[in-house]
Design a protein around this ligand. Sequence first.
Ligand code: ADP
Ligand code: MG
Length: 917
Amino acid sequence: MHAPPAPAPETLTREELEAEVRRLRAQSASLAQMFEQAPSFIALLSGPEHRFALTNAAYQQAIDNRDVIGSTVAEALPEAAVQGYVALLDAVYRTGTPHRATGARFDVQPVPGGPVKERYLDFVYQPITDAHGTVSGIFVEGHDVTERTLAEVALRENEARYRTLFESIEVGFCIVALKFEDDRAVDYRIVEANPAFVRQTGADVAGQWVSAFAPDLERHWFDTYGRVALTGEPAHFEHYADVFGRWFDVRALRTGDPAAHRVAIFFSDITERRRVEKRAEAGERELRLIADALPVLISFIGEDHVYRFVNKAYDDWFSVPADGIVGRDVRDLLGPDAYAARKPFMDRALGGEAVTFELDWPRRDGRHRVAEVRYLPRRTREGGVDGFHVFVHDVTARKQTEAELERQVAARTAERDQVWQASSDLLCVANLDGYFVSLNPAWSRALGWTEAEMKARPFLDFVHPDDIEPTVAAAGGLARGEAQLTFENRYRRRDGGYLWLSWNAVPRDGLIYASVRDVTEARRQAEILAKTEEALRQSQKMEAVGQLTGGLAHDFNNLLAGISGSLELMQTRMSQGRIGDLDRYMTVAQGAARRAAALTHRLLAFSRRQTLDPKPVNVNRLVKDMEELVRRTVGPSIHLEAVGLAGLWPALIDPGQLENALLNLCINARDAMPDGGRITIETANKWVDDAGGRQHELPPGQYLSVCVTDTGTGMAPDLVGKVFEPFFTTKPIGEGTGLGLSMVYGFARQSGGQVRIYSEVGQGTTVCLYLPRHYGEADEEDVARRLAEVGRAEQGETVLIVDDEPSVRMLVTEVLEDLGYTAIEAADSVAGLKVLQSDVRIDLLVTDVGLPGGMNGRQMADAGRERRPDLKVLFITGYAENAVLGNGYLRPGMQVLTKPFVLETLASRIKELIADR
Ligand code: ADP
Ligand code: MG
């Protein structure tokens, strides 16, 4: 194929020629324009030395508009030669092979030694060949990609920074992919995990399925992450992971494509924070124990007149139990009259003033009582008052003592006056200037001078000339504050004679008080003075007692403020996440608590009694009711077991105090087992004989024991000898008060019992409380008495009903009595069996299957049949205890009734069984 030959020029007309020239010019102009305006840079280099033949505007701009046409690259762009680009051009020229570069760095330096511009270029060096195939030049074309390249670098750096962060943060982080079965997450794989996560889990678990490294992980984790993956709602929670034995704060959010079921998880180990929180709680509890142990009303009333805190003493003072008082309004609790009496003082306290006043506050039984009430405002950090603490003491006894004292003082004063006037002893007061200030009438009687005459002259005027010198010396001694107790001199009488006087002189407040006697009467008068002084000392001591008690309450308030302030700060810090500061506040609070405890101890020592409220107590029930509290206090790493002896005697004690004591013992046990262990609380009946009584310092008799055993550090024998001392503690400052065991000891002794410690280092400790048995309306005696009655009555049929649930016994008894039967009740298998083994007439046994006392109903019935082979039995049971009852195969004469039942059914079954002879 050949293009038609262009018409020969000579054949063109002139017009045609001109048009062709115009066309060519236009074409070349547009080409030049294209070349000039091309967005890529273009240059044409000719010859082996790469001389610039042509550059476009973009190229010129790239090299900072240097004049390069006609120069070689090496001359025009020296920095290109330095950076190796000329060598590259040489290679292209020599080999004829093009060279392409992407993102090549080229530092442009328009002025040698001047500033450098960092550029990145994509370019091609394309060799140009002539008609013979020989390279004659190089075509350079390219783009400036500096901006793109820098952006990429920044991105890479950013990514590196995030990676560093991700690798170095303390928070565990991982991405997991969940596996679902029927909409339920059943497993997950750790797609990616940072080092902190790996540290917390203790193994490199990246890429693994959780079922492989933590097979026992609780369902909670799967369910929570499953929910996040399905709903896309983030989760934030704190949870205890059994498998790791740690607490975690966890945040989880869905990431990536919802269908991929991926969840990003942040983990922080907060075990330490939880521990601090627990300790703060324990501190508060300890404070509560102390406040409750005080024989003083302590409360806090808010500015709205509502009780916020009351201690246990309120139980004694009010007919409402203390826990019913918190949240109530003062006026509502005390009634309008009592409120009106207190209102002005409350207003003053809320105005920031500490007020003290006394009130008649009759006891609940109407007996007279005087109360000293203190309101101490509590200041907020901003300086306002948000309520006040109340301290109320029973000062009846003190008042009586004071009144008695006043009476005595008055009597003494009168007596002294009488002595002064009527005494045959010479009594006087003199000043240090050497004059008498006052003299009693005995002086006139003894010396003959009137009082006025003696006061008018210096006393030396009356002194025998030979005695002046020693008298001056003695007066000098008095002026220096030295008493003169045996000094003697002679005084002149009005009639000129002299009397030997023995001076008993004391300086006080710039005066000299003297009792003077003639030698014969000296001894008697000295005695009177000594007695007077003793009485004075005694009265001062009584006053000190009163002041001290008041002062203690004030100190106590300050300490409470320290403690509650610290607790508040801890709360604030915790909400700010500043856990590191907590220990400091903890130490402050516990230090104050210790000092408060010390004060308490002194208060108790003063009052020398702790109000005990003993009543018959079922100790097993008390222990059972406390189990949950104890378990929460000692934490999950300690296994708690309570073993209550069936048939435990009741004890006559203050139940609140026993709770305190047990809690203290369990806290001690926990402290002795920092790495976990086991606490056992056990009850038992004990007979203490004469020898045992001597050994345990107890009267012989019947006691029950409550023992708390731990598997902790134990105590060496010399330590055991010290632990009951108040304030003895081996715990670091701020952790122990040293009051726990002394409280336990005080309680046991005041209750007529004893405490004993059995401990072995490294093995553990048992602390046993022995408490006196209460001989009251115990179940056992009840049964015995009823047996006696039944024996006498000897009429009608008799049914024995055994059930530990009193309401069931009552119900059945009522039905039986309606039917005209006699009922005997027993609450457990031991008591029941006793009746069955006696001679009492029993026509039918009605019994529960699950029974306390070591035997179930079936076993008891079988044991009863050994003696009464024909005994008829009706089991009443809450659930089908088939195995116990022999899988439905009951022996003849035995029947089952399932609870709940209609009373008529019960009645007809009983009639039926008894009638069936
Ligand atoms: P605190 O517990 O405040 O130290 P306590 O009076 O309760 O005061 O106990 C006094 C000391 O007796 C403790 O510091 C501890 O040394 C020791 N102790 C008490 N109970 C136990 C126990 N179960 N195991 C080991 N040591 C104990
Ligand atoms: Mg303790």
